[in-house]
Design a protein around this ligand. Structure first.
Ligand code: SAH
Length: 242
């Protein structure tokens, strides 16, 4: 199958003529699952050096190597928007990470709020979902996934110059609010858990000078739907969908 459509994320530097050794999992995926063999082409990216066309140099059952041929795309500089979300059930949390990657989030931050049920998240699993989504959707950038941290602690040390789009029911329309917000160096989006935010959290968030509260319409969305919807509105108003 001489098909350049397979895209693979690798850790190694990418440059013309560079040999890229494969891990056991990568060799299994390319040679057993995708049925590539010596000479076949594929695309590589590492999150730093853009996208490269490569060819299979050696193909074994558990190992192999590729050779990097030519650059097919420059390194993407994604719009500066983080997604902060309260983790929910496992499959829905996986979905949020996958969709946030497709929608162009720059960093994915699970946060613990007053009504968050999840005590822990498997950061490595979520990061693997981000890699897979980036491979699939043609991004050359893989958003890092942070460890679960308390929302309060993040708000206390909020970076100067970054605004927070606080998604809550019953507020002013998202697009108009984003357009009216003061210019910012970067943004973040905050989505609550199934139980929503506590009154205390709401009051605190609304009082913070860097917060822009927004509504995503009159229907109550599930947290996973809300994350995708919020990223769409942000990309359309301030990001790379304009
Ligand atoms: N608070 C609701 C359910 C929360 S929905 C309840 O108690 O029944 C989960 C999260 O999705 C919310 O915290 C909010 O961040 C986001 N969300 C859902 N629908 C929304 C809407 N219409 N506008 C803004 N945010 C919304």
């Amino acid at each position: 199958m001489a098909d350049a459509k397979v895209r693979l994320y690798v850790d190694q530097p990418l440059a013309e003529g560079q040999s890229v050794p494969l891990t056991r999992e990568q060799a299994h995926y390319l040679f057993a699952v995708m049925r590539l063999g010596p000479g076949d082409r594929l695309r590589l990216f590492n999150g730093r050096d853009g996208e490269w066309e490569a060819a299979v140099a050696e193909a074994g059952k558990r190992a192999g190597s590729l050779i990097c041929l030519e650059r097919t795309a420059g390194q993407e500089a994604p719009p500066d928007v983080w997604l902060l979300f309260a983790p929910i059930k496992k499959a829905r949390t996986d979905f949020i990470v996958e969709k946030a990657t497709e929608m162009g989030a720059r960093r994915i931050m699970p946060v613990r709020t007053a009504f968050t049920n999840a005590e822990r998240v498997r950061r490595d699993r979520l990061a693997a979902h981000a890699v897979e989504a980036a491979e699939q959707c043609g991004r050359t950038f893989v958003p890092p996934v942070d460890e679960l941290r308390p929302l309060g602690a993040i708000l206390e040390r909020w970076p100067a110059g970054r605004r927070l789009m606080f998604c809550d029911e019953g507020l002013a329309g998202a697009r108009a609010s984003l357009e009216a917000a003061p210019p910012a160096e970067g943004w973040a989006i905050l989505i609550g858990p199934e139980g929503g935010f506590s009154e205390e959290e709401r009051a605190r968030l609304r009082a913070l000078p860097f917060v822009t509260p927004v509504s995503l319409g009159p229907r109550i969305l599930r947290a996973d739907t809300a994350a995708v919807a919020a990223l769409a509105v942000w990309q359309m108003t301030l990001g790379d969908w304009r």
